[in-house]
Design a protein around this ligand. Structure first.
Ligand code: DX5
Ligand code: ZN
Length: 221
């Protein structure tokens, strides 16, 4: 029996001040963030454009915390190596974003990085059936990907289903949720089985002096 995992908070720098990104990452690190969540968007897989491997590389010296890179790009394969070299620790992909996501997971693992699979609200958990041995993290989206600040989509049964699948492997695999997470919705997803909580708006809303308070509140006091 694997003990209940500790709750980790992964602030999304999508809600940071992009003119001061390095300082923002340092501030999150000091405020108690466990992972630094980096949302990469290509204007194609999702209707928004954000940052590339060059920015990840520039941010890397600003924190020793885990860089949790969420790729919302299609295809992802041509960029995996660049994000790995830039300093990503976890690289998460969307199965719809390429024709062979099993191969993409193999490539991520082959580069010595942790591999994640993200499930959109409309993506069934069955997509995990034949890849769990290649997975270190499952990301359950609680919004449709593309923007911060969207309304939370409640999927506790889906999170519980993923938690059962993780338990069946006997391995430690992160169950991350992303979208509309605040101290209230955090309670629901933790109860359902999530252990890594991404939060953008709820961490950044009051400026750097409050990051630590908000991270603590999302974690549960
Ligand atoms: C959405 C991103 C999320 C987003 C979360 O596509 O993957 O990480 O920034 O932002 P909030 O917490 O504001 O919903
Ligand atoms: Zn994300």
């Amino acid at each position: 029996m694997i003990p209940a995992p500790e709750i980790r908070i992964a602030p999304s720098i999508l809600s940071a001040d992009f003119a001061r990104l390095g300082e923002e990452v340092t501030a999150l690190d000091s405020a108690g963030a466990d992972y630094i969540h980096v949302d990469v968007m290509d204007g194609h897989y999702v209707p928004n454009l954000t940052i590339g491997p060059g920015v990840v590389k520039a941010l890397r010296p600003h924190s020793a915390k885990i860089f949790d890179v969420h790729l919302m790009i299609s295809p992802a394969d041509p960029f995996i190596e660049a994000f790995a070299a830039a300093g990503a620790d976890i690289i998460t992909i969307h199965p719809e974003a390429g024709p062979h996501f099993h191969r993409t997971l193999q490539v991520i693992r082959g580069l010595g990085k942790k591999a994640g699979v993200a499930l959109n609200p409309g993506t069934a958990t069955g997509v995990l059936d034949h890849v769990m041995d290649l997975v270190d993290l499952v990301l359950v989206m609680t919004v449709n990907p593309g923007f911060g600040g969207q309304a939370y989509i409640s999927v506790p049964d889906k999170i519980a289903d993923v938690r059962r699948r993780i338990a069946a492997t006997g391995r430690e695999i992160d169950l991350e949720v992303d979208g509309g997470i605040n101290p209230d919705t955090a309670r629901e997803v933790i109860k359902a089985g999530a252990n890594v909580l991404v939060a953008g708006t709820a961490v950044f809303k009051d400026g750097p002096a409050r990051y630590a308070d908000h991270i603590r509140a999302i974690r549960g006091g």
